[in-house]
Design a protein around this ligand. Structure first.
Ligand code: PXL
Length: 277
């Protein structure tokens, strides 16, 4: 059985970060170790939230794991809260990365042209330094723009996205997967770039009428879970995009659906079924 470690916050209510990564990756048959970076009452898109930082726990946890001889097939980082946490992730990669393992970074910090409330442009540049040492990165277009100093546009063509992917690859990551790429009204999807093969990949599907928080985390968790199940990064991206879209569809159709997160739980059977095919 594969084992991964994922490092992100616990937003107690909000269906994002660890409260989606842990169930999704576990449901995909992959042991999921965690390092919680902070405990928040809700994610930061609520008008108020509490936050207890856990940065001081990261090194004691990883030092114990070294003494215990623990290793991981993948290291997946998500929402991080400070420069210090990013430095600790760079150290985590250098301490735990092995030849066959995958380092996977979701630079969760922005969307729709704006940084999340806790962050500024300097943080985005710091996040770029973590992306530089990762095998696979999965930013959305906003995050990619902040990390590469590119103008954010709501309307763009393939040349703009390809140039953005090249700039991301120039940071240092081997495979860059951009989410929320839409070339056509009513459609959205992903466009990826393998810098070693100089190869692009595009997949699109129906765009739903609403968007929700936490869907980037759902995409990332499914993508790394798929890779741990032996899928190529392209097939894992397709599975992750389809699962995320299905979670959104189910939420829109649910009269009791939350507006802070998606009904990812109800789509887990579809995810597991797709993996067994
Ligand atoms: O990736 C979404 C996310 C994760 N964690 C926290 C957040 C958000 C989005 O706002 O606030 C704490």
């Amino acid at each position: 059985m594969k084992r991964i470690v994922t490092v992100q916050d616990i937003s107690c209510v909000g269906k994002c970060s660890l409260t989606v990564a842990l169930p999704i990756i576990s449901a995909m048959g992959v042991e999921t170790a965690i390092i919680p970076t902070a405990v928040l009452s809700t994610h930061t898109m609520f008008s108020e939230f509490t936050c207890k930082d856990l940065t001081d726990q990261i090194t004691p946890i990883t030092e114990h794991w070294k003494r215990a001889g623990l290793g991981f097939d993948a290291i997946y980082t998500g929402y991080l809260g400070s420069f210090e946490q990013i430095d600790l992730m760079i150290k985590l990669f250098s301490d735990f990365k092995t030849e066959g393992s995958v380092t996977f970074v979701d630079p969760a910090m922005a969307d729709n042209g704006k940084l999340y409330p806790a962050f500024d442009e300097a943080f985005a540049k710091k996040m770029a330094s973590l992306c530089a040492v990762a095998d696979i990165i999965v930013p959305n277009i906003t995050e990619a723009c902040f990390m590469t100093g590119t103008e954010y546009r709501t309307e763009y063509d393939e040349a703009y996205v390809k140039a953005l992917l090249k700039k991301l690859a120039a940071l240092g990551a081997k495979i860059c997967i951009l989410t929320g790429v839409s070339f056509e009204e009513g459609k959205t999807g992903v466009m990826g770039y393998d810098s070693e093969k100089d190869e692009y990949f595009h997949y699109c599907h129906k765009k739903h009428s609403r968007s929700y928080h936490g869907t980037g985390d759902i995409f990332s968790s499914t993508c790394i879970g798929g890779i741990m199940n032996g899928l190529s990064w392209k097939d894992a991206s397709v599975l992750a995009a389809d699962y995320t879209a299905e979670c959104i569809r189910l939420t829109i159709e649910d009269p009791d659906g939350n507006d802070y997160g998606v009904n990812f739980e109800q789509a887990i059977p579809m995810l597991v079924e797709r993996l067994s095919k």
